[in-house]
Design a protein around this ligand. Structure first.
Ligand SMILES: [Zn+2]
Length: 412
């Protein structure tokens, strides 16, 4: 037998990548301390303050926070086929989000292309809340403009066929989505598809003048997710500074509430009143879509998180709302959303500008720290490093990088 033992070579480094940071935060593990994470191949293989930085690449952040890769539960990742689509690897992954979920960009008619052209073609992990509408968001008209688009049998068949990529059924009963179609009938069909597949709903509400919010929310089941929870209008969960009883009852039943910031769904007054009343959102999401791409300040998940911080949401709850909680909703908690050894090495490092102006969708301003992604690691590979610019792929090996000091994210 041939001896294949290598001779006269230096022993391999124990890790491919070590990231040291002033703060390492993992709400799932209750960790918030100076520490380091070590990666081999696509896995987290060690963590703790005493890791020997014996790695092919070591990156040191003296004043930043290292988190599990961020999860954006509601956005519009789509390389093709959606009028709202943004390219996940270009517009989302470099900004700290390693897992992004589509709100209904595809339905039964175009899900095969969506899986092929977006989910399988992207380095970012992409999951879909399949649209109850068979056409998804492929046309300029509302997805439920025609009642026959809400085809339960087609939706169920498509969801079952592509189950590994689908976490929910998207049902938005807004007048924008429904036009003159009866929202109650859309909801009835959405619930039928959800119960036949065992999937939760990702639900967008209707203005109360058309349909009382209490009636809409009473139809939801534990595990369903209401998005756009901090809108000012045309529907609002806060009245006279207090969260509506119907909303609290829905939460009591296990219904979850998601931000879905978007172009019109985040209002500081509403968020501050709800948070002061003890009502924090379960998940924080961007609702990032094509019209955001040329905006200043550039819309991304760290920016939305910063606005929640300015609105009074506790920092640990913010981090949980973009890591552990969405990971659980996606059924991926054994893989992502925490810094447990053995998990996929999806990692994000954020630094904060200490005193930024933050603006909501109504044009109101607040001042506060503004988080920015400075490093994104996807499945063990550095896909964005601010000190190298926005390029996919690892910088040269054997490089040790220290980013310049910047103010702490802990100042808010
Ligand atoms: Zn959306």
């Amino acid at each position: 037998m041939q001896d294949t033992t290598p001779t006269n070579t230096t022993p391999p480094k124990p890790y491919d990548l070590v990231i040291e940071a002033e703060r390492v935060m993992c709400p799932a593990r209750g960790v918030d301390a100076p520490s380091a994470i070590a990666v081999r191949a696509d896995r987290i293989v060690a963590s703790g303050p005493s890791i020997q930085p014996s790695a092919a690449q070591t990156i040191h952040f003296p004043d930043a926070v290292l988190l599990p890769g961020l999860i954006d539960l509601h956005a519009h990742p789509a390389c093709r086929g959606s009028v709202f689509g943004v390219e996940p690897d270009r517009d989302i992954l470099p900004r700290g989000t390693t897992t992004v979920c589509s709100q209904g960009d595809a339905g039964a008619d175009n899900i095969a292309e969506y899986v092929e052209e977006t989910i399988l073609a992207s380095r970012a992990r992409v999951r879909l809340a399949i649209n109850l509408s068979r056409v998804g968001e492929s046309t300029e008209e509302g997805c439920f403009d025609r009642l026959e688009y809400a085809d339960v049998d087609l939706c169920v068949a498509a969801a079952e066929e592509q189950r590994e990529f689908i976490w929910a059924i998207a049902v938005n009963v807004s007048s924008h989505a429904c036009g003159t179609t009866d929202p109650r009938e859309i909801m009835r069909r959405g619930l039928a598809a959800a119960s036949r597949t065992g999937l939760p709903l990702l639900f967008g509400m209707r203005r109360p003048e058309d349909w009382p919010l209490s009636e809409q929310l009473a139809l939801l089941r534990g595990g369903d997710v209401v998005t756009y929870c901090f809108r000012r209008q045309p529907h609002c969960i806060v009245e006279n500074g207090r969260v509506l009883p119907a909303v609290l009852e829905a939460r009591e039943q296990g219904v979850l509430f998601d931000v879905g910031h978007g172009m019109a769904s985040f209002d500081f007054d509403v968020a501050e009143a709800a948070i002061a009343d003890g009502f924090c959102p379960d998940t924080i999401s961007t609702d990032l879509q094509a019209r955001h791409i040329d905006q200043e300040a550039r819309h991304d998940l760290p920016l939305v998180m910063s606005k929640l911080l300015a609105a009074g949401m506790p920092e640990a709850d913010i981090i949980a709302g973009v890591t552990a909680t969405p990971a659980r909703l996606l059924g991926l908690q054994e893989k992502i959303g925490s810094l447990v050894i053995g998990r996929c090495a999806d990692l994000t490092v954020l630094q904060a500008e200490p005193d930024a102006v933050l603006t909501d969708c109504s044009g109101n301003h607040r001042r506060g720290p503004r988080w920015k992604g400075v490093l994104t690691v996807r499945a063990g590979t550095v896909v964005y490093n601010a000190s190298y610019g926005a390029s996919l792929g690892s910088p040269a090996k054997n490089q040790s990088t220290t980013l310049p000091r910047s103010p702490s994210v802990n100042s808010g």
